[in-house]
Design a protein around this ligand. Structure first.
Ligand code: ZN
Length: 306
């Protein structure tokens, strides 16, 4: 449901890179507000660390207003057949990640768990002894609140104070939402066991879909996405945060239907048959063009950081 919520949020212009402090930012493109669909934002790039930055950005003290009601598309309710499809995709996704990670009885953190479905499926995997799901909301999302003993939810303000350490941290579709990605990754690094892994996934700003749809590309998701990454900038931010990137991978995230609606100046309805039909087409073009919709990094703490 489209709601005019941006009106009581203060915005700040970005004149230097929040990652490396460079003040030589270069204009790249204009982007549409994901709610009003008006061209309200610029995306600039830092020539030093290569990150793309939204400007203006919601003030750090006000950004919670964009997520407070758990009704953004990050929490959109799914129809039954979509939930079944998501479960299938997430199970494959979990197997793919765990194939790369050694060890059994893993203690896993899903940082930015959204509606909690991925955390729940992780907790059902035989190699995951315990899953902790973290997000900004004080209460657990429905999938976690109704689930078993080897999964728990921790609100972000408690996670910051916690001394728990994990063997694997998933940080999916989070790093583009935070004001200080280096500080966020540094916080996660402090919660990692020796030889632990972090899996970081973000939208790919070099995606073929950004070229096709321009300011209508749904994964710009302005103003919630404060940063945008290409493979080189994701690596640069991880290295600045004390991580060594071991592998970069391309991935897929459905966004074609919403982008088409934005192109027509309309809001996309909840995911349904059209999204299901378009996703294989999107995946095929992702692969053919080698410019997929998301990128993911597998990284470990640099040895002098442990
Ligand atoms: Zn920079």
């Amino acid at each position: 449901m489209y709601k005019k919520r941006n009106v009581d949020i203060r915005f700040i212009e970005i004149d230097s890179c929040p990652v490396c402090s460079s003040d030589k930012l270069e204009f790249i493109m204009r982007g549409k507000d994901s709610e009003s669909l008006s061209l309200k934002y610029s995306i600039v790039q830092c020539p030093q660390c290569y990150v793309y930055i939204t400007s203006p950005q919601p003030h750090p003290e006000d950004i919670w207003k964009l997520y407070d009601e758990r009704d953004s598309k990050d929490f959109a309710p799914s129809l039954n057949n979509i939930t079944t499809l998501r479960q299938y995709i997430f199970r494959r996704y979990i197997n793919k990640i765990l194939k790369y990670i050694a060890g059994d009885k893993l203690s896993v953190l899903d940082y930015g768990c959204g509606d909690g479905l991925l955390s729940l499926l992780l907790s059902q995997h035989p190699r995951c002894a315990h899953v902790t799901a973290a997000d900004f909301h004080p209460a657990a999302p429905l999938y976690i609140a109704q689930s078993g003993a080897n999964i728990s939810y921790i609100p972000h303000h408690d996670f910051v104070k916690s001394s728990a350490r994990y063997d694997l941290i998933l940080c999916r579709q989070v790093l583009e939402h935070v004001h200080d990605p280096v500080a966020t990754l540094g916080l996660l690094r402090e919660h990692m066991n020796a030889n632990a892994w972090i899996f970081v996934e973000v939208p790919n700003f070099q995606s073929i879909w950004r070229t096709i749809f321009g300011p209508n590309w749904s994964m710009l998701y302005l103003p919630r996405h404060l940063f945008h990454y290409a493979p080189c900038s994701l690596s640069a931010v991880l290295q600045r945060s004390g991580f060594e990137v071991k592998k970069l991978q391309h991935g897929h995230f459905p966004g074609m239907k919403t982008s088409l609606y934005h192109l027509l100046g309309m809001h996309s309805p909840a995911p349904g048959a059209m999204a299901v039909l378009l996703f294989p087409l999107q995946m095929a073009l992702d692969i053919i063009c080698r410019r997929s919709s998301v990128i993911a990094a597998y990284a470990q703490a640099q040895t002098d950081q442990i």
